[in-house]
Design a protein around this ligand. Structure first.
Ligand SMILES: Nc1ncnc2c1ncn2[C@@H]1O[C@H](COP(=O)(O)OP(=O)(O)OP(=O)(O)O)[C@@H](O)[C@H]1O
Ligand SMILES: [Mg+2]
Length: 113
């Protein structure tokens, strides 16, 4: 099992959701977050003074999947999120040792799917 965490541009969330649903991935957690990547945010000028704006609004997706869904989930996120510009986002893939569905007590592969 893997936990896929993706940071995307907030305005691309509808496209990412559409691509995930098309790939039969329906379970996800979505959070509004602040972040910066290799551009360290950006500078903006207000009344002649340059201000560093370090943290930009991003959307964080968390999706736990069985191994056979890892590649198609990554592809769906990338397809929905990509514009080709800086700040398009990043996808992290983590090993996930366990998952428990609280209602039934099911664990592992059964609980995720
Ligand atoms: N190494 C990292 N660790 C934690 N979060 C990160 C890391 N890199 C990116 N992020 C998160 O992902 C968001 C989007 O990153 P972003 O797409 O700007 O990455 P980048 O490496 O700067 O690539 P690009 O040059 O295409 O902008 C960031 O705002 C931040 O929330
Ligand atoms: Mg960046």
């Amino acid at each position: 099992m893997k936990l896929i965490i993706a940071m995307i541009q907030p305005h691309k969330l509808p496209d990412v959701k559409k691509a995930l649903f098309a790939a039969d991935v329906h379970k996800m957690t979505v959070t509004n977050v602040l972040g910066c990547g290799q551009q360290k945010g950006f500078s903006e000028t207000y009344r002649g003074v340059v201000h560093q704006v370090n943290l930009l609004k991003k959307v964080r997706l968390e999706i736990a999947v069985n191994e056979e869904f890892v590649d198609l989930t990554i592809k769906a996120i990338a397809k929905g999120a990509k514009t080709g510009n800086i700040g398009d986002g990043k996808i992290f893939v983590l090993d996930l040792p366990q998952c428990i569905r609280i209602r039934t007590g099911e664990t592992g592969n059964k609980a995720i799917g």
